[in-house]
Design a protein around this ligand. Structure first.
Ligand SMILES: NC(=O)c1ccc[n+]([C@@H]2O[C@H](COP(=O)([O-])OP(=O)(O)OC[C@H]3O[C@@H](n4cnc5c(N)ncnc54)[C@H](OP(=O)(O)O)[C@@H]3O)[C@@H](O)[C@H]2O)c1
Length: 266
């Protein structure tokens, strides 16, 4: 971890601050005068972004999927908070990955484990390390996805991991109420980032990282339990999920060439 930076009133910790949505969030909170604890697994990558040179930024390097590294990060953070007299007002557990199951019949269980580990289990490691440091009145944002509203083809691993995050957030929200710690589930539609740049399919209503960051920051500030955007896209998915399964299966299949299931009980 880098040397202590000037004290700021508001402190936010963001995982996955080296790219995409997390990087934009870090830059925007810094511009707003927050103390940002920018987390990434690669010192080199974070150094290249020169985030560290901005006033108010502190780098914390760890791989979220490695429990020992996350625990060490928690200890380093506790020392930093004690030294600077800062308090952790906001934590955004944003880091994640997306990989698709190309052939469900030859199910890639290793890929499945890897994605669920990064997106869900590692979030548990971060909660274990950072929640004890969060005071009353603070808030935690958990990154899920609009993929939880409707199943998409090839998203068995990604969708399952993000649906797990949804349940985690709902349950946490109940249990942390007594500690006065708010929980927000974050469900973006398609956002233009290096993660989606790899996609080989159409991504309707895709938004920029700037739009995503604004929606997330506004939602967190407003204490929203569920932050979803762009609204036209997410409401459409939510609406479709109320239709009989064969209807949306057909619509998705038409769009993606996937074959609709014949089992009407689904
Ligand atoms: N983009 C979208 O359309 C979209 C939509 C819904 C949800 N999301 C979610 O939003 C989050 C951010 O996605 P993004 O689009 O901004 O992707 P991105 O540009 O690929 O950024 C992902 C970030 O997570 C970090 N990360 C991944 N695995 C990590 C690990 N094991 N340890 C530490 N850091 C790790 C990456 O670090 P490195 O730089 O070291 O790789 C990077 O900073 C993800 O959870 C994603 O599922 C994205």
């Amino acid at each position: 971890m880098d040397v202590v930076k000037p004290l700021k009133i508001n402190t936010v910790l963001i995982t996955g601050a080296s790219s995409g949505i997390g990087l934009q969030l870090a830059q925007d909170y810094l511009a707003l005068g927050w103390h940002v604890i920018a987390c990434g697994r690669s010192q080199e990558r974070l150094d290249a972004l020169a985030l560290n040179e901005l006033v108010g930024a502190t780098l914390l390097i760890f791989d979220i999927s490695q429990r020992d590294q996350v625990q060490q990060a928690g200890q380093d953070l506790a020392e930093l908070l004690a030294k600077t007299d800062c308090q952790l007002d906001l934590v955004v557990l944003n880091a994640g990955s997306c990989e698709y199951i190309d052939d469900a019949k030859a199910f890639d269980d290793v890929l499945f484990e890897r994605v669920v580990h990064t997106n869900l289990i590692a979030m548990g490691y971060c909660l274990g390390a950072f929640l004890p440091l969060m005071p009353r009145g603070s808030r935690i944002g958990l990154m899920s996805s609009s993929a939880i509203y409707l199943p998409f083809p090839r998203a068995e691993a990604y969708g399952a991991s993000k649906a797990g995050v949804q349940y985690l957030a709902s349950s946490l929200s109940l249990d942390l109420a007594k500690n006065d710690i708010g929980v927000s589930l974050i469900c973006p539609g398609f956002v233009a980032t290096p993660l989606t740049a790899k996609n080989d399919f159409s991504m309707p209503m895709q938004v920029s990282v700037q739009t995503a960051s604004k929606a997330i920051r506004n939602g967190l500030k407003g204490g929203k339990r569920e932050i979803h955007f762009p609204r036209r896209f997410t409401y459409l998915l939510k609406l479709m999920s109320f239709l009989p399964a064969f209807v949306w299966q057909k619509m998705i299949a038409n769009d993606t060439q996937a074959k609709p299931l014949k089992d009407k009980s689904l």
